[in-house]
Ligand binder design. Structure first.
Ligand code: NAG
Ligand code: NAG
Ligand code: NAG
Ligand code: NAG
Length: 421
């Protein structure tokens, strides 16, 4: 990668500064009651107006990119001539079930999600630097509900086919303090240790929503975290090897809290995709090369003296970090319960970006780090399929389109847990 001109160098510096500053500012975010981040000294009404105004202005500058109707970053629309692949009557119980192990897709009344920018769908429709600021939450693979399953293939848009009364999905581009984000409580830059706090504020949102019957409604929760832990946090720790253990502790704290405070819940833990898949792309566009320095400084660039050896170390820690998630999901204390279950969904275990011998950039956002809308739709189908595949036989990758699209059947109508398979 050549940076011949000094003008491109100054552009680089300005962009990096902007990005770093943005993340700091975000961490000071006020209104701890709805944010992933713990309340700070700025958590009061005056600062809140300023923070929200600042975010509203960046959103205005970047625009509502999530309404674009053309571009390579969009999925292929599924034509009207193709019927919805599943028999929706089989997919919903005649009476709401009383056991999480007899849950069909159409029995889910509420969707929710916590995590990081993988879930906020940051930059899913971005075609410029500024647009990376827009969180296209309506298009998010696990919690977006904009449009419909044909041109925004997301989990909620699939679930809506079985239960049109589903609530909780994000309506459109928004930040977490906007009403449009609904029960998508993810925050860009969030790390594992913030999970318990995030879970608590998500439960508050659900409990105080008048559309939700808190005790009776079935809730499906998706959790994905780790990109920031592995890319930017691990190399700042005194003892980086302790990160997986710390992750285990916050997962446990969060899951116990959810088990005891969110009735009728199925929690799906989806591991972060291997960050080396994107940061190690050879001959990436210059903008991606620049941005990876800011988004993944532990792996890329001089800031943390990254070398082949240090990257191998972070890769080992990442492997353990992901392993912890599988192990925790299967713990006895979350087994055999009627109203609570945890399942690890492994579709991110082995993601390929290749199309033949080439990297398929249409799956990636403008920064080659986050997913594009097309990537989100592919993720949603993989996730949906995982729900209907028994543990041990779940697919560990993703495929374009809906050629593989699982359906609940008369023989196996239920979403798989560790206790009904
Ligand atoms: C930010 O935007 C939201 C949604 O459009 C609006 O409700 C809120 O009042 C705005 N806040 C400020 C401080 O501009
Ligand atoms: C998706 O379909 C909706 C109508 O259901 C339409 O308003 C929207 O523009 C479509 N989006 C794209 C990208 O085609
Ligand atoms: C990077 O290396 C330089 C020189 O070898 C050293 O002074 C510096 O502390 C290192 N930085 C980090 C973050 O390890
Ligand atoms: C990962 O997926 C690729 C194809 O996408 C496949 O060739 C490879 O064998 C898989 N690796 C593992 C460990 O499953």
């Amino acid at each position: 990668m050549q940076l011949g001109q000094s003008s491109s160098l100054s552009v680089l510096l300005v962009l990096l500064l902007l990005l770093c500053h943005e993340n700091k500012f975000h961490r000071w975010k006020v209104n701890g009651a709805i944010s992933a981040f713990q309340p700070t000294i700025f958590d009061n009404a005056q600062w809140r107006v300023i923070f929200h105004l600042y975010r509203n202005v960046t959103m205005m500058m970047a625009g509502r990119t999530g309404y674009k109707t053309s571009g390579k970053f969009l999925q292929n629309k599924i034509p009207e001539s193709v019927p919805f692949p599943c028999d929706v009557t089989v997919g919903r119980s005649p009476e709401p079930p009383t056991s999480v192990h007899k849950l069909r897709p159409g029995d889910i009344n509420v969707v929710a999600a916590i995590g990081d920018s993988v879930i906020t769908a940051s930059g899913a429709s971005a075609t410029s630097f500024l647009q990376l600021y827009t969180e296209n939450r309506g298009l998010s693979w696990c919690i977006g509900g904009q449009w419909g399953w044909r041109n925004a293939t997301t989990l909620p848009n699939i679930l809506k086919m079985f239960n049109p009364k589903l609530v909780g999905y994000s309506y459109r581009d928004s930040y977490s303090f906007h009403w449009d984000s609904q029960f998508n409580n993810a925050e860009i830059g969030a790390v594992s240790k913030e999970l318990p706090h995030m879970a608590a504020q998500m439960v508050t949102r659900i409990r105080t929503d008048k559309r939700v019957n808190f005790q009776k409604d079935w809730k499906l929760l998706t959790i994905t975290i780790g990109g920031n832990d592995i890319c930017a946090y691990v190399c700042t720790l005194k003892d980086p090897e302790s990160l997986p253990m710390q992750h285990r502790r916050s997962l446990l704290k969060m899951l116990r809290y959810l088990r005891d405070n969110l009735p009728r819940t199925l929690v799906n833990i989806v591991s972060v995709p291997d960050v080396s898949t994107v940061v190690s792309i050879k001959k990436k566009p210059m903008m991606c090369w620049i941005l990876h320095h800011a988004e993944c400084p532990c792996w890329v660039g001089p800031l943390h003296n990254s070398t082949k050896e240090s990257r191998a170390r972070w890769a080992r820690i990442q492997m353990q970090y992901r392993k912890v998630e599988e192990e925790v999901a299967m713990l006895d204390e979350f087994r055999g319960l009627d109203e609570f279950a945890v399942v690890h969904q492994p579709w991110t275990r082995n993601l390929s970006l290749m199309k033949g011998n080439e990297v398929d950039y249409t799956l990636l956002s403008y920064d080659c780090f986050h997913m594009s809308q097309k990537g989100h739709s592919q993720a949603a189908v993989a996730y949906w399929n995982n729900l209907l595949e028994p543990p041990g036989k779940k697919s560990t990758g993703w495929k374009p389109g809906i050629d593989v699209f699982r359906c609940p059947s008369k023989e196996s109508p239920y979403i798989y847990t560790y206790d009904n398979s």
